[in-house]
Design a protein around this ligand. Structure first.
Ligand code: ADP
Ligand code: MG
Length: 209
């Protein structure tokens, strides 16, 4: 994984999030305050705009810049949570002399663990963690079993989709949706949907390279 990889994926994610924007907006209007799509689009744009500043930086410095931008530039829960993800990834050891795919998975899964601690939400609470935690577990298991990378990416896409769909019938116990109580049931969580789309985009790029 290189800084160029990060920039390319951010651009692909922008296309996918933009093309699913009406759906994501509607989901947060149903169980939140409707700003999730705005937060995501703003965050992705800010990261892409960092390209001239980060393209020649080391991985740790580039990830640190991304984390700071996401933390300061995105409102809502997503800013703090995704900022934590990138900040944790930036702090990983030995990432400035090349990052293998195993190391990249290690960085990501440690980042998800930090997001879990930051937001204090676990699987089953109807948040993006219903996608991120199963995906991190799937990736960890794949590495442990020395699974072929392409097979692992297919499995990860499926795991993310399953996690996203599982949020539909859950009762929200974290975040704004929890204020709705039983009425939060019957709607997919917006953060779970955007996270699933981003994970799918990155995995598909790896599959196609
Ligand atoms: P806000 O809820 O502050 O308006 P966003 O609309 O950008 O922020 O993000 C909402 C998403 O954040 C939710 O759909 C959910 O997935 C996620 N979320 C909210 N609270 C938490 C939490 N404590 N832990 C993990 N994810 C959370
Ligand atoms: Mg919101």
């Amino acid at each position: 994984m290189s800084v160029d990889f990060l920039i390319k994926r951010a651009k692909e994610i922008q296309v996918v999030i933009d093309s699913n924007a009406p759906e994501i907006e509607k989901l947060d209007q149903e169980i939140g305050d409707g700003d999730h799509i705005f937060n995501m689009q703003r965050g992705i744009k800010l990261v892409i705009e960092l390209e001239p500043i980060i393209k020649d930086l080391s991985m740790s410095k580039a990830l640190n810049q991304i984390a700071m931008k996401v933390l300061s530039g995105i409102g809502g829960s997503s800013g703090a949570l995704f900022g934590t993800l990138f900040m944790t990834m930036a702090k990983s050891s030995n990432i400035d002399k090349g990052v293998s795919y195993k190391k990249a998975i290690d960085m990501f899964t440690n980042g998800v663990e930090a997001v879990k601690e930051r937001g204090k939400a676990d699987v089953g609470e109807k948040t993006m963690m219903d996608v991120l935690i199963p995906v991190a577990n799937c990736l960890k298991q794949g590495i442990k079993n020395d699974k072929n990378l392409k097979e692992l990416m297919i499995e990860t896409i499926e795991t993310a989709e399953k996690g996203m769909l599982s949020t539909k019938n859950l009762l929200a116990t974290k975040g704004r949706a929890s204020f709705l109580g039983e009425r939060s049931k019957g709607h997919i969580d917006p953060g779970a949907r955007s996270s699933q789309l981003m994970i799918k985009t990155v995995c598909e790029s790896i599959l196609n390279c």
